[in-house]
Design a protein around this ligand. Structure first.
Ligand code: MSP
Length: 512
């Protein structure tokens, strides 16, 4: 039986168009999903839309549309972006789905029954843009007004009847869970930040219903109460698998009895995923995910936070249409250090495109096949007895790269994993410069060894690249005349003994 791997993106608010930051998150999830498929896991990926809350209600009104009409339109835009980006997924959560609603109401009932929810009055600050409750100490204060510490949007003061979730019951449990489960949160320093900001002061009970607006799931017990969007949204991760519904086989397979469950989130929403989400699951005796992977935020080329009002938002549609989906996904997933913020600069993007994809990987493939086609019409075979130290080093390097690549990918250090791949590709180009195959036309035996070594190296690079460059690597193995991308074949040095590679189209045209 294959091991399972369930990976999720946040479900995005349809209150605006998606930008490069959202594409970044979804790309990461998709690349890890592809990698795990290549490691022969049974993989499922989830993305979706978070369609309730005051902000959406306001946006729909501004657009002169009914909320449902508005979110339907936005969701179509999300889906067409993923299609344009050539990102496929298995589930698309929509919190306006009737099944999702039923799951949330089931959960609310259980929590009430367990005595984990109680009715009270909420008085405090609220961020409409982040849909987040904040205390005055967590907020930034300026001239008597309060602002969100990250987005800097102005906060509103609310006082209303609300149901509360007894978070405080679980504080000690949470702290020890974090301590005992080293890999639960990546990067680890987030734990310190969360402890300092939220747990040291004592975890406050969370208001989980609102009565001052309408757009959301109304509880059965008291329909003027709308479920707090974050509770509503977090449970999408299991409602998509039909948790608590009749046909819950996916929930059983990928969650309850599944091996790995990973949530990818931007760092600004780690509080919800690392504190509230584990507690909510624990309170319902549901298994916790294996890892919450938090990544940094992308800023503009000058390091300024992207925002509509500053008109500095990088549009993913423009990038994909200009450079193609695969180079954009390559850049986003490999050039940003996992967990750290990064600036997006189109010039740097072009540099990486030319250097990594065009000059390095693409050129390595096309010049090797060209040299082969010039001299051979028979396969070049692996001949162990004729290897020199140069080749032995390359073969060793390929196996080490495979080991390191797998290790880093398993640890979600995707930037490090692809540094290894780039390094291997550079080493292979360096090997060409050392062996000068074009001078070996008269020494076919030696040329055969060199080309076979190169092909084996290129095949390994192609396999690693396949988790990102799905289509280009398919073209590459077609040119190499190998049937499949299969990690198990890396190290089987005889795979080129029976194939005749044939030069084809250039994979990546240089860009100016
Ligand atoms: N709806 C909530 C998530 C609920 S999940 C149960 C939400 N939606 S959002 O539309 O605001 O998307 C937030 C996510 O988009 C971030 O967590 C992050 O993954 C991604 N990003 C949004 N802006 C970003 C950047 N500038 N840079 C990188 N990622 C960013 O929060």
């Amino acid at each position: 039986m294959k091991k399972t791997f369930f990976i999720t993106t946040p479900i995005y608010y349809p209150s605006g168009n998606l930008h490069i930051g959202h594409l970044y998150t979804t790309t990461l999830a998709w690349v890890f999903a592809n990698y795990k498929k290549n490691r022969k896991y049974d993989v499922k990926m989830l993305t979706g839309a978070d369609e309730h809350g005051l902000k959406i209600q306001q946006k729909a009104k501004e657009s002169g549309m009914l909320p449902q009409q508005y979110v339907d339109m936005q969701v179509e835009k999300f889906k067409s972006l993923w299609k344009l980006a050539e990102i496929d997924y298995d589930y698309f959560s929509r919190t306006t789905n009737k099944e999702h609603k039923e799951v949330i109401l089931n959960i609310f009932d259980s929590l009430l029954e367990k005595g984990i929810i109680y009715k009270g009055t909420y008085k405090g600050l609220y961020s409409v843009s982040a849909e987040e409750f904040l205390t005055t100490t967590q907020a930034k204060e300026k001239n008597g007004k309060y602002y969100h510490p990250i987005s800097e949007d102005e906060l509103i003061e609310v006082e209303e009847e609300s149901y509360f979730f007894k978070m405080s019951l679980f504080q000690d449990w949470l702290l020890s869970y974090w301590k005992n489960n080293e890999n639960f949160i990546f990067p680890k320093q987030i734990i310190k930040e969360l402890e300092n900001n939220f747990l040291d002061k004592g975890l406050e009970d969370l208001s989980i219903t609102r009565i001052s607006f309408d757009l959301g799931i109304k509880i059965r017990q008291n329909p003027k109460h709308v479920v707090y969007v974050w509770l509503d949204a977090l449970f999408n991760y299991i409602s998509a698998l039909n948790y608590s519904l009749e046909n819950d086989q996916d929930y059983k397979k990928y969650w309850e009895n599944g091996q790995e469950i990973v949530h990818i989130v931007g760092k600004e929403i780690t509080r919800f995923h690392c504190i509230y989400w584990p507690i909510m699951l624990k309170s319902l005796d549901i298994k916790l995910p294996s890892t919450i992977l938090s990544h940094g935020l992308i800023r503009d080329s000058k390091g300024i936070k992207m925002s509509k009002s500053l008109n500095n938002v990088v549009d993913p549609i423009y990038l994909i249409e200009t450079y193609g989906p695969e180079p954009v996904k390559y850049y986003l997933s490999t050039q940003i250090i996992m967990g750290q913020d990064a600036n997006f600069d189109e010039e740097h993007f072009k540099l990486v495109y030319n250097s990594h994809l065009s000059n390095n990987f693409g050129n390595l493939l096309s010049r090797t096949i060209a040299m082969f086609n010039q001299t051979f019409d028979q396969p070049v075979k692996y001949k162990e007895n004729e290897l020199t130290d140069l080749e032995r080093d390359i073969f060793k390097n390929i196996l080490e790269t495979k080991e390191n690549y797998n290790k880093f990918m398993d640890e979600f250090k995707i930037d490090k994993a692809y540094k290894e791949v780039f390094h291997l590709s550079k080493t292979l180009n360096g090997y060409i410069d050392l062996t000068l195959p074009w001078t070996l036309k008269e020494n076919k035996e030696r040329l055969e060894v060199v080309l076979n070594t190169l092909f084996n190296g290129i095949y390994a690079v192609t396999c690693f690249m396949n988790s990102i460059l799905k289509n280009k690597t398919k073209l590459a193995i077609k040119q190499l005349n190998i049937e499949e991308i299969n990690f198990d074949l890396i190290g089987n040095w005889k795979i080129f003994d029976t194939t005749i590679p044939l030069k084809g189209k250039i994979l990546f045209e240089r860009i100016k």
